[in-house]
Design a protein around this ligand. Structure first.
Ligand code: MN
Ligand code: MN
Length: 315
C-alpha cells in the first residue's frame, strides 16, 4: 500500500459523506511535498451568456466522490506515483474580474515556484489567461491543447479585452504559447462571419473542427498531437462545452454537434507521455446541470488528466 495520499474509499465511508474535496483527497494548505495540487477557481464574472460557473468547483468535487483510484481503462494508478491533494479555492474578488485575474496569476506563481503541478476546476474560461501568464513565466512559452466548442480568440467583448472569449488571442499576443503547437479541438457552431477562426489559423494555431471529428476515434489525433509536441512543456485546457450538450448540458454557451464522452477519453488517454505542466477543466455551470451529469463528466475528465501526468504509475 502506498504511503501517498489516497482518496477515501467508498467502501470505508459512504460516498455522500466526508470532505468535499476532489475525490475526497486530503485538504491541505501547504504545498511542500505535493506533486499535484487540485484547486478550485469559483469565478463566473467573465462569462457572456449564462453564468453559474462560480458553483463549478463545489459541484465537480461533489460528483468526484464517485471516482475510484484505479483507472480500469488504462491501468493508471495516479495516487501510487504522485502525491496529490486538494488545496481549496483561490480567494478571487467576485466584484472585479481584473482583480480576480491578478489574484489567480499571483497564486499560480506561488504554486509553480513550489514545483507543484496545478489542476484547476473552473470557473469560466477567463481563468486560463492568468494561469498561462504564470505558466509562461515559469516554463517559457508552452504548447497548448485547447479542447472547446469555441476558439476564444475575440479581440474584445463590450470593450473588455480580458474575458472568457478573448483568452487565446491575448495568450498569442503576449507570447505565452507556441502558436504552431497550439491545438484547438472541437470548434463549431454559428459564427459572426465566415472567417471567425481563420485569423487564429493564420497565427499557426492548428484547428480541428468538430464536424471533421464526428464518428471518428480521437486516439489517432491525440497520438499525432503527442508526436508533434515532443518534449516541449504543454498545458491542457478543457472547456466542458467541447462535449455535445447531450452529454454536458450544464454549461454557459452550449453548442450542438459536439464531441462524445468516449472521444473525450480517447483524446486525453492518447496524451500519455507528454510533459504536461498543468491543466484545467472549465465552464461547468451547475444551475444548468439538472442531472449532475456535466459535473460528473468534468470530474472524470480531471481524473483522466491526472492519469496522464508525468510520474503516474501504470499497473
Ligand atoms: Mn472556452
Ligand atoms: Mn466554449
Amino acid at each position: 500500500m502506498s504511503e501517498k495520499n489516497q482518496p477515501i474509499s467508498g467502501n470505508d465511508l459512504a460516498r455522500f459523506s466526508g470532505p468535499n474535496t476532489f475525490m475526497r483527497l486530503p485538504a491541505v494548505n501547504a504545498l511542500a511535498g505535493l506533486d499535484v495540487a487540485v484547486l478550485g477557481i469559483p469565478l463566473d464574472i467573465g462569462t457572456s451568456w449564462r453564468s453559474g460557473t462560480r458553483f463549478g468547483p463545489k459541484q465537480v468535487r461533489a460528483e468526484s466522490a464517485m471516482l475510484r483510484p484505479y483507472n480500469l481503462g488504462t491501468g493508471a494508478a495516479p495516487f501510487d506515483g504522485l502525491q496529490v491533494a486538494d488545496i481549496g479555492d483561490l480567494a478571487i474578488n467576485t466584484f472585479s474580474l481584473s482583480d480576480s485575474l491578478r489574484i489567480i496569476a499571483e497564486s499560480y506563481d506561488g504554486i509553480l515556484k513550489s514545483d507543484v503541478k496545478p489542476l484547476a476546476i473552473g470557473g469560466d474560461h477567463s481563468i486560463t489567461l492568468p494561469i498561462l501568464r504564470a505558466i509562461a513565466k515559469r516554463h517559457g512559452p508552452v504548447a497548448l491543447i485547447h479542447v472547446d466548442a469555441h476558439a476564444d480568440v475575440n479581440d474584445e467583448m463590450f470593450g473588455e479585452r480580458e474575458c472568457h472569449g478573448t483568452v487565446f488571442r491575448r495568450a498569442y499576443e503576449e507570447g505565452l504559447i507556441i502558436p504552431s503547437k497550439t491545438y484547438q479541438i472541437g470548434l463549431r457552431g454559428t459564427g459572426y462571419s465566415a472567417d471567425d477562426f481563420a485569423e487564429a489559423a493564420g497565427w499557426g494555431f492548428q484547428q480541428f473542427p468538430a464536424h471533421e471529428l464526428w464518428g471518428r476515434s480521437l486516439a489517432t489525433l491525440g497520438a499525432e498531437i503527442r508526436r508533434d509536441i515532443g518534449e516541449v512543456p504543454v498545458y491542457l485546457t478543457y472547456d466542458i462545452d467541447s462535449l455535445d450538450p447531450a452529454y454536458a448540458p450544464g454549461t454557459g454557451t452550449p453548442e450542438i454537434g459536439g464531441l462524445t464522452t468516449p472521444q473525450a477519453l480517447e483524446l486525453i488517454r492518447a496524451l500519455r507521455g507528454l510533459n504536461i505542466v498543468g491543466g484545467d477543466l472549465v465552464e461547468v455551470s451547475p444551475p444548468y446541470d439538472t442531472s449532475g451529469n456535466t459535473a460528473l463528466t468534468g470530474a472524470n475528465i480531471l481524473y483522466e488528466m491526472l492519469c496522464v501526468l508525468p510520474g503516474v504509475v501504470y499497473r
